[in-house]
Design a protein around this ligand. Structure first.
Ligand SMILES: [Zn+2]
Length: 72
């Protein structure tokens, strides 16, 4: 069952919600009552986006130091 995070644009509170389907409407902010919360994907999706994070070695050129590629 996926976990979605809904961030309140008004107070910034992040509400983690277990949802049985992806077709539920966003819940109102439990802190301030703002109904228009923004859905974000939960942390498990954020982990997948860059598995090489923290690896400073360049994957394009073989030399680790002084390569011309941007590592940002
Ligand atoms: Zn709020």
């Amino acid at each position: 069952m996926p976990i979605f995070e809904y961030q309140c644009p008004q107070c910034g509170f992040v509400n983690e919600v277990l949802v049985p389907t992806a077709n539920v409407s966003a819940p109102a902010c439990p802190k301030c009552g703002q109904a228009d919360t923004h859905k974000r994907f939960s942390s498990f999706a954020a982990v997948v986006k860059n598995p090489a994070a923290g690896d400073s070695k360049c994957h394009t050129c073989p030399s680790a130091g002084g390569c011309p590629h941007s590592h940002a």
